[in-house]
Design a protein around this ligand. Sequence first.
Ligand SMILES: Cc1cc2nc3c(=O)[nH]c(=O)nc-3n(C[C@H](O)[C@H](O)[C@H](O)COP(=O)(O)OP(=O)(O)OC[C@H]3O[C@@H](n4cnc5c(N)ncnc54)[C@H](O)[C@@H]3O)c2cc1C
Length: 398
Amino acid sequence: MFIPTRAAGLDALDDFVPRAGGAYARDRNHDLGPSRSNVSGLSPYLRHRLLTEQEVVAAVLEDHTPGAAEKFVQEVFWRTYWKGWLEQNEEVWRRYRLEVRDLLAGELPDGYEAAVAGRTGIDAMDAWVRELVDTGYLHNHTRMWFASIWVFTLGLPWQLGADFFYRHLLDGDAASNTLSWRWVAGLQTKGKTYLATASNISRFTDGRFSPGGLADTARALDEEPLPPRTPLEPDDVVGSVGDRAGLLLHEEDLEARSLLAERPGLLGEVAATAVHGDPGQRSPDGASSVVEAFTSGALADAAERTRDASGRAAQTLADAEPGCVVGWALSEELDTVVVPYAPVGPVHERLAQLRPALGAEGISLVTVRRRWDAVAWPHASRGFFPFREKIPGLVRQL
Ligand SMILES: Cc1cc2nc3c(=O)[nH]c(=O)nc-3n(C[C@H](O)[C@H](O)[C@H](O)COP(=O)(O)OP(=O)(O)OC[C@H]3O[C@@H](n4cnc5c(N)ncnc54)[C@H](O)[C@@H]3O)c2cc1C
């Protein structure tokens, strides 16, 4: 269903643009089954930045007025908002990682294995598990129902539900996924939960599902208070570029051309290019084969599109371990490895290990943050509604 190339993403964008206005605002909440045209299906492309948020919003606004496209543009900015929020509240990610690790290592809660095998006896849940596992995608409304039933009807830990999604979603994203699950459970907007009801599910699935026996109340979960938020890194480029720099792409950002176009002269000549990734780092239980295949396809596509100064295609590194990157950098005689900034999540953790490993060989790691993130993230310090007010100004600026 999803072809992991930038060209396929651009085709999907072209195809969707005419429907991104009033039709999207009216129909987007309906989930009428896997072949859907009321939403864009662009998330696997945006997640890896095979397409950028900037070009998706620009293409839509070429065809529609800002008023007509308001809803769609806001949805794209939800992704940006979640990422900017997590960036300033990394403790939420740290706790999530530890809690998933401990939950999976301990005795699994009753009902967990039946839930992830699609054997709850709730027909909708079991069908959604199959769809998620087979295709790597679920509609947004369905994700909300699923998370709500998981937490409030099945009484399972939200962290294990988030982990199950993260392992299977092609668009699996540390910020959007973790924070959406927290939002459903009443942790993200303190005390405000999302309760799935049979009538809402029936209405928006056109009667395909109307599950009985769902919880009729949703009491918000509780947690230890979070520490104060941490300030964002003020600089877009962190580190200094030496005389012989190589560019290393990773699964958070696979579009080098537009990234480098924002920083003319930063690299001088690109001496060498490489791509690396490891979706297995999403969870102690790894990632599904569907996610593995999509990610390696996306990396191969990026490798083919990304050339160094002499026209060589990027090398796809055998693994994402620091030693492998260091070996590549040494073999290319680099003094600098430049990477797109990786927001809070597994790749961020990986780069934190890579920096000292490169440093030990006298090679510096330089991160480059996109203008989109730099301009929008500072507004993501509170709730979405104050952020939403800023969207028209952000769109003009970006
Ligand atoms: C429990 C739960 C888990 C989720 N996990 C993820 C995840 O891991 N990765 C992910 O990208 N999205 C996640 N979402 C958000 C949303 O469901 C998907 O982005 C959306 O369904 C993708 O389909 P689409 O591209 O057809 O969306 P469209 O409706 O066409 O929206 C266009 C783009 O806007 C962004 N977007 C839309 N809705 C949201 C939203 N609510 N939050 C953040 N971004 C949004 C996506 O990048 C999407 O591609 C989650 C939502 C819930 C409720």
